[in-house]
Structures are given as structure tokens and as C-alpha cells.
Design a protein around this ligand. Structure first.
Ligand code: GLN
Length: 287
């Protein structure tokens, strides 16, 4: 009897886990589990959970499920991020579709949403460099905004953001725009998680990031500050009186981006730390 004919659910999960561990994939157990869930979903149209697993772990696995899981594990061991295989991630308690066209939403970015959402009630919001749309959609769902507009230079990213708006039943106006180029209105709140990694740091990032995520969403130029400079030099024209801006930053950019905020005419410039204790958000008010 061929081994594949007698593979049980538990054996398959253990094999996947061992393969991931042998290839130094971090959090191998968790990765193996999510890939098994995805394999059942895609190959057997079946939603499995831990309760199902514990009551079915000695059952034989359908051949197609096993083939799907092997292919997923092969991609994961070569560095493809888990989320680009499962096409799903959670952000602010909401579910987002992701693929290689967008940066995978980071938990650190929830800090920006949490700061901005305190101010959004009844306000018009623009989220620039929206990517997957995670910031715009979270604010629209959770913060009682008057309206939410989201822009990005990448029409591919906007296609993903539109999928996410639809899946989350979120009403967002999308504008394809190279920064301010196609933005004509003024707003009460502007949020932005621009590309901010220094160009020469990109090759040192984890292979999941540097080899798979869109470099357009990471590359902040030689200083890492290019996009902040470009956005903040024109932001005035797009702010209503009393408007506020919330920008995500890298851990070492609080002072420099804070100064750029002041130069752009913001007062009450504040740097907020993320849960890991790193500077993560610069905010300010435009009087
Ligand atoms: N925080 C992201 C990272 O760690 C970068 C996000 C960005 O450049 N906006 O890769």
C-alpha cells in the first residue's frame, strides 16, 4: 500500500509541520494548521476547525487535499508569506483578502487606526497609499466617519482594496492617484501608511518581505523619507481648518517626520508608540 493511501489527517499535519520546521519556517505548527485549513477549503470545499480535527484526526485524507497541502508547504518553505497562500488576514477584527499586489496588513498599523478613530466621528477622511484598504475600511466600519476616500498609485492595489470594501460591506470612494495628482478635495482627517523603508535596508529585510511583498509599498527612497516629504509639502491644500493627520512611521523616524509635520504647518505634533514600545504614528492638527 502506498503511504499516500493511508495518510490520516493527523499524519498529514505532522508531515507538513516537520517539513516547515526542517526549512526553518517560523511558527511551523501554526503555519501547518492554517495551510491544512486552506487545503480542505480549496480541495474539498470544507471548512475545518480544531473541533473537527480532534474528532477526525485518524480519518484518511482525500488525495486532492493532500496534494494541495504539499504544494502550499512547498511555496511556504520557499518563502511565500502564509497570507499570500491563504489569501486572508485579520486586521482590527475584520477579515481582509490579500495577494502579491498589496503589502500584508501589519498589526503595528492597528495603532494608527486606534489613534485616528478617536477623531473620525462625523468627519471626512482620506486614506492615502491605501494598499489593501485596511486602514480606510477599518475606519469606515468602526469610526462613524462622514465619508471615507482611499487613494493609491497602484491600480492593482486598488483592485484588492475594492475586493476588501465589497467583502466588508464598506462604502469607500476610491481614487487612483500618484500622491496628490488626482486628489482635488479637502478633508478633515488624512491617514497614511506610505512606503518608508530606506532603500539600502530593503535587501536586509526578511525574505518573506523583500522577495515577495511589493517593493513599491516599501521603498521610501535613500532616506526613507521621500514620500513624507512629497505628501507633506502639498498637504495644506487638502486640509480643512482643524483637520488632523495620522501617518505611520518606522521606529526611528519619529523626530524627523515630527519636524516635517511642523514644517507643513501642523501643531500639537505627537508621536505615539505601538504595542511593542516603538514609535509608530505621528499626528498633528492643522489650525
Ligand atoms: N512596516 C512595514 C514593514 O515592516 C513597512 C511598511 C511601510 O513601508 N509602509 O515591512
Amino acid at each position: 500500500m502506498k503511504l499516500s493511501e493511508i495518510t490520516t489527517v493527523k499524519q498529514l499535519l505532522d508531515d507538513a509541520c516537520r517539513e516547515l520546521k526542517d526549512n526553518n519556517v517560523p511558527e511551523a505548527e501554526l503555519n501547518a494548521w492554517y495551510l491544512l485549513v486552506k487545503a480542505y477549503e480549496d480541495a474539498a470545499d470544507k471548512d475545518i476547525d480544531k473541533a473537527w480535527f480532534y474528532t477526525h484526526s485518524d480519518e484518511k485524507v482525500p488525495e486532492e487535499v493532500s496534494a494541495h497541502l504539499k504544494s502550499f508547504v512547498a511555496h511556504r518553505t520557499k518563502g511565500t508569506p502564509l497570507e499570500y497562500i491563504t489569501h486572508e488576514t485579520e486586521f482590527m477584527g475584520l477579515s481582509f483578502y490579500v495577494d502579491f499586489r498589496v503589502l500584508i496588513p501589519r498589526q503595528d498599523t492597528e495603532c494608527l487606526v486606534e489613534e485616528a478613530m478617536k477623531q473620525c466621528k462625523g468627519k471626512t477622511v482620506l486614506d492615502m497609499c491605501t494598499g489593501s484598504g485596511c486602514i480606510a475600511i477599518s475606519l469606515e466600519k468602526l469610526a462613524e466617519c462622514a465619508s471615507v476616500t482611499a487613494s493609491d498609485i497602484s491600480s492593482e492595489a486598488l483592485a484588492v482594496a475594492k475586493i476588501n470594501a465589497k467583502n466588508n460591506n464598506s462604502n469607500i470612494e476610491f481614487i487612483q492617484s500618484d500622491l496628490w495628482k488626482n486628489i482635488t478635495k479637502k478633508y478633515d482627517i488624512i491617514t497614511c501608511n506610505p512606503p518608508y523603508i530606506k532603500r539600502d535596508v530593503i535587501p536586509t529585510l526578511m525574505r518573506e518581505v523583500k522577495d515577495f511583498e511589493p517593493v513599491l509599498a516599501l521603498d521610501g527612497g535613500g532616506s526613507g523619507l521621500d514620500k513624507y516629504e512629497l505628501i507633506l509639502s502639498e498637504i495644506k491644500e487638502h486640509l480643512n481648518a482643524g483637520a488632523m493627520a495620522f501617518f505611520e512611521i518606522g521606529y526611528d523616524q519619529g523626530a524627523t517626520v515630527g519636524d516635517l509635520f511642523k514644517k507643513a504647518g501642523f501643531t500639537d505634533v505627537k508621536v505615539t508608540k505601538d504595542l511593542a514600545g516603538n514609535d509608530r504614528v505621528v499626528s498633528g492638527t492643522f489650525l
